[in-house]
Design a binder for this molecule. Sequence first.
Ligand code: RIB
Length: 309
Amino acid sequence: MYENEDTTVSRYDLLVVGSANADLVVGVERRPAAGETVLGSDLAVHPGGKGANQAVAAARLGARTALLARVGDDAHGRLLLESQRAAGVDTGGVLVGGAPTGVALITVDPSGDNSIVVSPGANARLTPADVRAAAPLLSAARVVSVQLEIPLDTVAETARGLAPGARLVLNPSPPAPLPAEVLAACDPLVVNEHEARFILGDGAGATPELWARELTELGPRSVVVTLGAAGALVADTRGGGSVHVPSPAVEAVDTTGAGDAFTAALAWRLGLGEELPDAAAFAVRVGAAAVTKKGAQASFPTAEEVSAR
Ligand code: RIB
């Protein structure tokens, strides 16, 4: 048992089980097509990875946050750990070694849109056994958030290891076929258009409202469809139908990590007891703030910055 662990009170608002990558970022006038070479800006190296991004975003907002992840015993791993600690994330669950730290190769165009290729490295070595060994962390979290830059078996083990009453938030990115037991544990499943279409396949309806309804029919207790600048659509099987949550208009500089900031904010506020539409209304403001600055973790706002916008 962890020091000071109280099994009746959650020690963490949010536990993120996920990836940590060094983001190697190049600005380009135009993202290259197949077979094309383009020149870009000087290389920038930022801490990233969907899991690590969510942990930093939540902690910066004020959530008591822990991260279960794996990084390499290398300079990129140290960069990632430093960023987590600077944000106030509990890194006791970050495992070190086994493979080089994951790397994301990212191009960003002048509209702020990006293309990303991830080399998973140590992320692919975060195993179901690692999740079982971290049982004290899972039992101390009221919300657990996962993404798909770690093995699917590890995600499934996380869903099985939730504390009674704890909530699982899954962003299936990059998308992969999801086992029924994982879909059934999601509350919510958070998808963008691409991920919704992947999961629903050829039978996907024509609108976000239809995707939300079709996705809930696959098992999740709730679904959030992110719509970029248009905000998000939320649907809860416990009632309320589907609700559109608009986003504030902002000038996008770099969208990298904005979805992670959105999901982290949503997960935190749900854990505080907010209803899904209210939590999503806060999360779209966090995501909107995140696109106004370069980089992933460097762009995430504090709660004061969100209120001030
Ligand atoms: O969601 C953005 C993240 O995706 C980047 O930080 C990159 O590491 C990839 O994982």
